[in-house]
Design a protein around this ligand. Structure first.
Ligand code: F6P
Length: 353
């Protein structure tokens, strides 16, 4: 069998661990050849595909490394027009690929599904995202590392906020899901956590800060980039035409600072964590999870279960049809235990008093 491997969308700690596990499992099986595809779908979109054989040696020593040795792209859109989709299909045929293992987020899964429908693309999906927002995947690799990074940032910001008696706003990534803000906010002892799933009330945030001005004299606010004030719209950093991910979020922390400052005596400052959350070595948890996902993807390939994505549900690794994941998102459901716990221990979620 000839198997292609690509990483699509934003990078994420643990991608190399998946590449390593899927390649080693397939090579060990004895009858597989593995080709690494450069820069996600982009490597298949041009007349000359960009691929390189993946041998045992190429994937040794990369388990602990952040990023992806294959490169990635979150703007490549193989479905942008008919000729591009056909070019991808021609390249797959010319390379003799029986199946492509696509490691990516919901965008990559939607593209893989679209290519399967339009160009008969055989694919096995592996979910990746620091946002933890892929359906049927209760924990995606990369998330644990991102939570650890954001938590450390919150702790560091707390000490300076405390010294200067400031209100410190820390903005995390996460797009339309608040998992990263919620878990790092709890772990980093934030006083207020603002999530895309719950529109916030400015007056209630100001009231919490004013109360803390009396005693603790500083406040830590952790806000997910997709959060917004009641009645307001999303804060968009930029729009990218023809991209499968055309809306880039970012900057709500600054918007909140501008709205909050006039209501408070303390100085309000914002830190946007940005790409530090995506970089760096994966935690041991993510290395193990990514290795399990890569191993399971190889098993799906060998079993001929194309059109499936690796899943994690109730702690068990399995798979679902990619079709059921495409264009979906796993946000925090109201009533989730972490929301209830946060409220019960006095963390404000920005809800009206
Ligand atoms: O989906 C992962 C993610 O890191 C989001 O949390 C964030 O909104 C987006 O990617 C940022 O992408 P870019 O690297 O294009 O700024």
């Amino acid at each position: 069998m000839r198997v292609g491997v690509l990483t699509g969308g934003g990078d994420c700690p643990g991608l190399n661990a998946v590449i390593r596990a899927v390649t080693k499992s397939l090579i060990n099986h004895g009858q597989c050849e593995v080709l690494g595809i450069a820069d996600g779908f982009e490597g298949l979109m041009e007349a000359q595909p960009r691929v390189k054989p993946l041998e045992w040696d190429q994937v040794s020593g990369i388990l602990h490394m952040g990023g992806t040795v294959l490169g990635t792209s979150n703007s490549a859109n193989p479905l942008r027009d008919e000729p591009t989709a056909e070019q991808v299909a021609r390249n797959v045929r010319a390379l003799g690929l029986d199946v492509v293992v696509a490691i990516g987020g919901d965008g990559t899964m939607s593209l893989a599904h679209g290519l399967a429908e339009r160009a008969g693309f055989a694919c096995v999906g592996v979910p990746k995202t620091i946002d933890n927002d892929i359906a049927y995947c209760e924990r995606s690799f990369g998330f644990d590392t991102a939570v650890a990074t954001a938590t450390e940032a919150l702790r560091r910001i707390e000490s300076t906020g405390n010294s200067h008696h400031r209100v410190m706003i820390v903005e995390t990534m996460g797009r339309h899901a608040g998992w990263l803000a919620l878990e790092s906010g709890i772990a980093g002892a934030a006083d207020i956590i603002l999530l895309p799933e719950i529109d916030y009330d400015l007056q209630s945030i100001a009231a919490v800060c004013r109360k803390r001005e009396q005693r603790q004299r500083y406040t830590i606010i952790c806000i997910g980039e997709g959060a917004k004030e009641s009645g307001a719209s999303l804060t968009v950093r930029e729009r990218v035409e023809h991209s499968p991910d055309p809306v880039r979020l970012g900057g709500i922390g600054h918007v909140l600072r501008a709205r909050l400052q006039p209501l408070l005596r303390s100085e309000v400052r914002t830190t946007v964590l940005g790409h530090v959350q995506r970089g760096g070595d994966p935690t041991p948890f993510d290395r193990v999870l990514a290795t399990q996902f890569g191993h399971h993807a190889a098993r799906l390939v060998l079993a001929g279960q194309f059109g499936h994505m690796v899943t994690l549900q109730s702690g068990r690794i399995g798979s679902v049809e990619i079709a059921s994941v495409a264009n979906t998102q796993r946000t925090i459901p109201e009533g989730h235990g972490l929301l209830t716990m946060a409220r019960d221990i006095g963390i404000s979620l920005g809800e009206p008093a």
